[in-house]
Design a protein around this ligand. Structure first.
Ligand SMILES: Cc1ncc(COP(=O)(O)O)c(C=O)c1O
Length: 418
């Protein structure tokens, strides 16, 4: 194993230009999601072989010696000596994910949170400082404000897209700017261009959790962002049947993370990787449909008399409408709205819905619905919830791939119950 060294901050690119030229010619969404990252395999199978193994054999000592020498000198080799350091099925998933994000390399993890925590633990050291934006995923915020603090790493939270406050928060020991886009549940959009400019101005590493966007709606690396993270559990896998996480970026950053992953054992699994690859093949189709359906549902809700407010960035009433028009190709499948009435009214609507399933999570084939006040934010007091904009009558609807007309008719009948 090579020594685990923190990645030098001076190696961070400051150019606002695409980092890799993965695609030879422009290709459509579905072509890319079916073919990008495919590599030949010894069986000529159309699907990537599922290699389930803990360890790997060598023909003889000379073979092993040769492998170790190549590994030590960082020369390319396409095998591994132990399951914690590499797996061909996982490598195939990583190649496809990197290609989709326009990144040089990608690294798979067992969950989105494992990707986020491993990345931050590897890139930050005692005495460092990180700036995060305010409405990122609650567990990410918890990790940055409570867990990292135990290791002597400070964290400042700034409002998303408030670049004056962000710049004021930068200190001599700041290393990372971390944000997320779109956010949950109000589908706020990060101005990725300005976020990158702020990071470049102070020589900081920029990281964006792009779970809600997917590479089809936003490719943060094309806007100069250094690392992109996903909970692949959501749209990338797309079938509500697995947990996974991924980070994509430049070779030298991912190589350091890969070494660290081998040390702390935060790895994924070959079977999960093969399911993820299968999910990725339909990603373009799914996202196009989810974008379209969510946009139509948002428009339907916005004109419905039983609805108070709708959050979806295709609506001109959304605070980030202009950023959306400039930087995003679509806004994904999550639409949030408040019904006229109290939390009980929201409950009645949810219980009357016949197609979406009452469950947390998003991005899969099945539509899901939930009331954030009584699931993700249940342990907070009402005033804490309200300070985060989580009203009792707020409903989060994650649109699946069902027929849009059915989903709208179902919402209409459910809203007629209040
Ligand atoms: C934006 C975002 N990032 C990260 C995560 C964590 O992902 P996972 O559940 O795969 O650990 C989630 C989970 O909901 C999320 O919504």
């Amino acid at each position: 194993m090579s020594e685990i060294l923190p990645i030098p901050i001076q190696s961070i690119s400051m150019e606002n230009e695409p980092i890799s030229e993965v695609m030879a010619a422009p290709k459509g969404d579905s072509t890319r999601s079916v073919h990008d990252g495919r590599s030949p395999n010894p069986y000529h199978s159309i699907s990537d072989p599922l290699v389930s193994t803990a360890t790997y054999t060598f023909d003889n000592t000379q073979d092993l010696r040769q492998y170790m020498k190549q590994k030590m000198w960082g020369e390319g080799h396409n095998r591994s000596e132990y399951g914690r350091y590499g797996n061909p099925t996982i490598a195939a998933a990583e190649a496809r994910l990197a290609a989709l994000e326009g990144a040089e390399d990608a690294l798979l993890f067992a969950s989105g949170m494992q990707a986020i925590s491993t990345v931050l633990l590897q890139l930050l050291s005692r005495g460092d400082h990180i700036i995060i934006t305010d409405n990122i995923y609650r567990k990410t915020r918890q990790f940055c404000t409570f867990v990292l603090q135990r290791y002597g790493i400070e964290c400042t939270v700034v409002p998303m897209n408030n670049f004056d406050m962000l710049e004021k928060a930068v200190r001599s020991n700041t290393r990372i700017l971390f944000s997320e886009s779109p956010t949950n549940p109000h589908i706020r959009l990060l101005d990725v261009e300005r976020f990158h400019e702020a990071a470049a101005k102070y020589g900081l590493l920029s990281i964006v959790d792009s779970t809600f966007a997917t590479p089809f709606n936003l490719r943060p690396i094309e806007w100069g962002i250094d690392l992109v993270i996903h909970s692949a559990t959501k749209y990338l896998a797309g079938h509500n049947d697995l947990l996974a996480g991924v980070v994509a970026g430049r070779t030298e950053l991912i190589a350091g993370l890969r070494d660290f992953q081998g040390v702390i054992g935060a790895i994924s699994d070959a079977y999960i990787a093969s399911l993820l690859i299968r999910g990725l093949k339909t990603l373009g189709m799914r996202i196009n449909r989810q974008n379209q359906s969510a946009q139509r549902i948002a428009a339907f809700l916005a004109s419905h008399p039983k609805i108070e407010q709708v959050w979806y960035p295709s609506l001109e009433s959304h605070p980030d409408y202009m950023i959306g028009q400039k930087q995003y190709k679509g806004f994904g499948g999550v639409v949030s709205f408040t019904v006229r009435g109290d939390g009980r009214a929201a409950e009645r609507v949810i219980d009357a819905l016949q197609i979406p399933l009452l469950a947390v999570s998003l991005g899969g084939t099945e539509s899901l619905v939930s009331q954030p006040a009584i699931i993700s934010y249940f342990e907070l007091s009402r005033s804490e919830r309200l300070s985060l904009g989580i009203q009792d009558n707020l409903i989060r609807y994650s649109v699946g791939i069902e027929d849009m007309e059915d989903l709208i008719a179902d919402l209409d009948q459910a809203l007629s119950q209040i």
